[in-house]
Design a protein around this ligand. Structure first.
Ligand code: CS2
Ligand code: MG
Length: 401
């Protein structure tokens, strides 16, 4: 089954997505997501200039071989651009394999290990009252797990606050500047959790994203302060490239720790997993080398009692969401899946078969991934330059965003 065409489409139906389309000689088409928020064109170039020419004439059935050909064959390994490009090829080939077999991808991965995939949604507010109304809205929709973020008094324009729409941090043609000051945040977050637990009790999972902003000892203090409220996890407590830093956090708190949305390979989390420094690994299909490599990460994690909790932000396309759900349905150590959702014209470009009911999602049973990518619709939404914000402390120092 030879590959006859591979092309990259960058479209912006509300936000930018990089989509790889692979066609085979027998008329099958597979799609993969290669979106890297704020750096979309670099992955598009990596694919069209350096990967697509290598795919023409290759056997589409040889997923594992193609993965290693692209990873080892480039000599220059890892990194978000390379791994997002490899991910798109890998996911598109799994899509083709499923369509060729007449089976959903999750059947090729061993079949369902559960009936549905527990997902968490995002509640946020510029005030605690707004947050509480948004939390209630999520409960009304059926969510059993909800992430909570609220604007820290004294810090305007902060991460994770959506103003009612789907959260979109890449909001300007050149980077906006946000403000940060850790002591204000550390004093505020326990009051957020207290309010949510007082109002909604303990029968729903509550999550919180720290977005890589603390030092290890600050993160330990936050985790300890939140223990009475029993969060499902705190996410990305410290800049995640320092794996050993998590030892210090662990020594100070039993609040579960999740990390991984900026990781792109198993090497980024090897120490975190093998030293049992985290509870959830949040790597995503699109940024971690596709289904093939993500399963390897989760298999390593399973050995050490670490569960999955994949990143599922709106800046991963519906193709990535579908691929994540197929993996989530099948692995033994599934934990939870983020579901930020997509809005606006995204649905005109990506037609999805996955479903949500009572807090659980299911990828559907259509052959392959179950997502149709409409290239004509995509052409109506050309690329728009968009950047993620940059963070500064009150004294002007650049801080982790
Ligand atoms: C966030 C993301 O979903 C999350 O947990 O951390 O929204 C993150 O800010 C974006 O994916 C960045 O592109
Ligand atoms: Mg996050």
């Amino acid at each position: 089954m030879r590959i006859t065409d591979a092309r990259v489409i960058v479209s912006s139906p509300g936000r930018n997505y990089v989509t790889l389309v692979i066609e085979t000689e027998d008329g099958l088409t597979g799609v993969g997501d290669a979106t890297l928020n704020g750096r979309e064109l670099s992955v598009a170039s990596y694919l069209s200039d350096h990967v697509c020419p290598l795919l023409i004439g290759r056997d589409a059935r040889r997923i594992e071989d193609t993965w290693h050909y692209l990873y080892k064959g480039a000599y220059w390994r890892r990194g978000p651009v390379t791994m997002a490009a490899i991910a798109a090829v890998d996911v598109a080939l799994w899509d083709i394999k499923g369509k060729a077999a007449g089976m959903p991808v999750h059947q090729l991965l061993g079949g369902p290990a559960r009936d549905g995939v527990l997902v968490y949604g995002h509640a946020s507010g510029t005030t605690l009252d707004e947050l509480s109304a948004d939390f209630q809205r999520h409960l009304d929709l059926g969510y059993r797990a909800v992430r909570v973020q609220a604007a820290v008094p004294g810090l305007e324009a902060n991460y994770g606050i959506s103003g009612g729409a789907v959260y979109e941090p890449a909001d300007a043609a050149l980077p906006q500047e946000n403000l940060w000051e850790t002591p204000l945040y550390l004093d505020f977050v326990p009051t957020v959790m207290a309010r949510i637990r007082e109002e909604f009790g303990y029968g729903v999972h509550v999550l919180h994203d720290v977005h890589h902003r603390l030092t290890p000892v600050e993160a330990g203090r936050l985790g300890a302060a939140l223990e009475p409220y029993r969060p499902f996890w705190i996410e990305d407590p410290t800049p995640a490239e320092d794996q050993a830093a998590f030892r210090l956090i662990r020594q100070h708190t039993t609040t579960p720790l999740a990390v991984g949305e900026v990781f792109n390979s198993i090497w980024d989390c090897q120490q975190l997993i093998t030293e049992r420094l985290i509870d959830y690994i949040r790597t995503s299909v699109s940024h971690t080398g596709g289904i093939t490599h993500l399963r390897r990460v989760f298999s390593l994690a399973e050995l050490y009692g670490v569960k999955s909790g994949s990143h599922g932000a709106g800046d991963l396309s519906p193709i990535a969401m579908a691929a994540a759900l197929h993996v989530d349905l099948t692995i033994p150590n599934f934990g939870i899946q983020e579901n930020m959702g997509h809005t606006g014209p995204v649905g005109e470009v990506f037609r999805t078969g996955y479903t949500f009911a009572d807090g659980y999602m299911h990828p559907g049973d259509a052959p392959g991934l179950g997502v149709e990518f409409d290239e004509e619709a995509a052409a109506r939404f050309p690329y728009e330059p968009r950047y993620l914000p940059v963070n500064r402390r009150l004294d002007g120092t650049v801080h982790d965003w």
